[in-house]
Write a protein that binds this ligand. Structure first.
Ligand SMILES: Cc1cc2nc3c(=O)[nH]c(=O)nc-3n(C[C@H](O)[C@H](O)[C@H](O)COP(=O)(O)OP(=O)(O)OC[C@H]3O[C@@H](n4cnc5c(N)ncnc54)[C@H](O)[C@@H]3O)c2cc1C
Length: 290
């Protein structure tokens, strides 16, 4: 199932990505007016699959007034189209809707999901409600993707894990977290852990798909081990093909097979420098938790 899903995603990959891995960006924090965005959602995630085929930009919708699938004040059912395992505890879920509509998500926003969770004393349905951050192109028509870490005792994430294609989840939104506009900052510093990468991806992809947006992005992505780095291949390809994106990884437990490479920050560096970097960023620039 996963293979089919990603084959489909790969067909959406633009030719530009065939020539990925060119030119490392040269950028730094000094000398720029910066913004810093930090997010750690749902703890630390893990990851393993070849997700080069996940690198895709969906067709840009030229319509001026496309129909919107989401409603901010109404729970609507969205059908699970497909799932794919990203790591031992993190999965990608694609939900579909009318192919003439787009989701209606401004960057950066999340959605609310809800699932029935038994009944109360009066026999009314109880619900679990959790926010998630779509990582598909907001201009994509007919579908959206969620990257969800499944917790062993997690109410909603276990519900996600139990879903089969054709099942529905109720969704409401969007909820705006940070209104991004092109070139609003010269340089954005992002610090993310685990599934906290999802809002970063929304902003990064909005910047990279707009040739008029000259914003520099420096992402520091923290995980427990190399295998926990979610969507690493996608991030590496995006960084290699866009000089204005620089990605650094830090892991608490580097393995013997972990070769590091460009952008890798060692455990020692991360233990000493990561808190310092965070402190400097927080004191010098506006920090917007997402
Ligand atoms: C704006 C926003 C965006 C988000 N986007 C994403 C996203 O894109 N992807 C993503 O994966 N997550 C995202 N999250 C996190 C997500 O909303 C959920 O918090 C997460 O999926 C866990 O929900 P759950 O119902 O599965 O787990 P919960 O039932 O809430 O439990 C979470 C963990 O806490 C433990 N736990 C629960 N209750 C207790 C207790 N009483 N004592 C001790 N431990 C307990 C559980 O065992 C589990 O390990 C986002 C959060 C926010 C706020």
């Amino acid at each position: 199932m996963a293979a089919t899903f990603f084959r489909r995603l790969s067909t959406a990959a633009p030719a530009a990505f065939n020539n990925a891995f060119v030119g490392q960006p040269k950028s730094g924090f000094a000398g720029f007016r910066c913004a810093a965005i930090a997010a750690v959602a749902g703890g630390m995630g893990t990851y393993y699959f070849s997700e080069s085929n996940l690198v895709h930009l969906d067709q840009i919708n030229e319509e001026t007034d496309p129909k919107i699938a989401l409603k901010p004040d109404k729970w609507l059912e969205f059908k699970l189209q497909d799932t794919a395992r990203v790591s031992h505890n993190t999965h990608l879920f694609r939900f579909s809707f009318d192919p003439n509509e787009k989701l209606g998500l401004d960057v950066a926003s999340c959605i609310l999901t809800r699932a029935p969770l038994g009944q109360d004393a009066e026999g009314k349905t109880k619900y679990v409600i959790r926010p998630y951050t779509p990582i598909s192109d907001p201009d994509a028509k007919g579908y959206f993707d969620l990257l969800v870490k499944v917790y062993p005792e997690g109410k909603m994430s276990q519900h996600f894990a139990s879903l089969k294609p054709g099942d529905v989840v109720e969704v409401k939104g969007p909820i705006e977290k940070l209104r991004y506009s092109p070139n609003m900052k010269k340089h954005i510093g992002m610090i993310a852990g685990g599934t906290g990468i999802t809002p970063m991806l929304q902003v990064i992809e909005a910047i990279l798909k707009n040739p008029d947006d000259k914003t520099q992005v420096s992402l520091l992505y923290a995980n427990v081990s190399p295998d926990d780095i979610l969507l690493k291949q996608k991030l590496d390809i995006l960084a290699a093909s866009h000089p204005n994106l620089k990605v650094f990884y830090t892991v608490d437990n580097p393995t013997k097979t972990w070769k590091g490479g460009a952008g890798y920050i060692s455990k020692i560096w991360s233990q000493k420098a990561y808190p310092l970097l965070l402190k400097i960023l927080s004191s010098l620039y506006a920090v917007h938790p997402v």
